[in-house]
Ligand binder design. Structure first.
Ligand code: FES
Length: 102
């Protein structure tokens, strides 16, 4: 049996049903089931930046490329991840981060 996970957006709702282990968030989250937006889907643009908490499990750490983008766009947020780079391996709580330009 394949493990499945829940994706919760807190006050913004949650994905109906459970998503399969290993699913790429950029492929299973859509405008219909998620408040999170995706742009490039390759880890470059930062559109999908969000605070991500894994509940009852862990996610693989960000790659060096993801760390580089996060350090540029959101250097003071330790829970920030690029959602498009995440494959499901735990229940997640995701809070989109709105980036502002100075
Ligand atoms: S969609 Fe562009 S970095 Fe995730």
């Amino acid at each position: 049996m394949t493990e499945t996970y829940e994706v919760d957006f807190g006050a913004l709702g949650k994905v109906e049903g459970r998503l399969p282990h290993g699913a790429c968030l950029s492929e299973v989250l859509t405008i219909e089931n998620s408040p999170l937006l995706f742009g490039c889907r390759t880890g470059i643009c930062g559109t999908c930046i969000a605070r991500v908490d894994a509940k009852g499990g862990t996610l693989p750490p960000p790659t060096e490329d993801e760390k580089d983008v996060l350090s540029l766009l959101c250097p003071n947020e330790p829970k920030a991840r690029l959602a498009c780079q995440i494959k499901l391996s735990a229940d997640l709580t995701i809070e989109p981060i709105k980036l502002t330009r100075d």
